[in-house]
Design a protein around this ligand. Structure first.
Ligand code: SF4
Ligand code: SF4
Length: 84
């Protein structure tokens, strides 16, 4: 099992997915992210809600706070497998 070490995490290969049609534009993910990975955008989903935009994925430390706080289960954060 892979050790999860915040101090030494290689964050160059984080993968954040947003299921856009699940989003209700609350902005919680933007507010909670300690690394300012998201910002507000003017893009709207099929329900007319403004979506968060990922602007700084390289800063993501994989804490999953965004995933956990999203009331619509719209976000998933995973560490991609390294390509050999
Ligand atoms: S996992 Fe943590 S650092 Fe990465 S985008 Fe979500 S809240 Fe920000
Ligand atoms: S927390 Fe979830 S529902 Fe709220 S803006 Fe972010 S992705 Fe959308």
């Amino acid at each position: 099992m892979e050790n999860f070490d915040f101090l030494h995490i290689d964050n160059s290969d984080m993968n954040i997915k947003i299921k856009e049609d699940y989003c209700k534009g609350c902005g919680y993910c933007i507010d909670i992210c300690p690394e300012y990975v998201f910002k507000e955008s003017t893009k709207v989903n099929s329900r007319g809600y403004e979506l968060p935009e990922i602007i700084n994925i390289d800063a993501c430390v994989g804490c999953k706070k965004c995933e956990l706080i999203c009331p619509e289960l719209a976000i998933s954060v995973d560490k991609e497998e390294k390509k050999q």
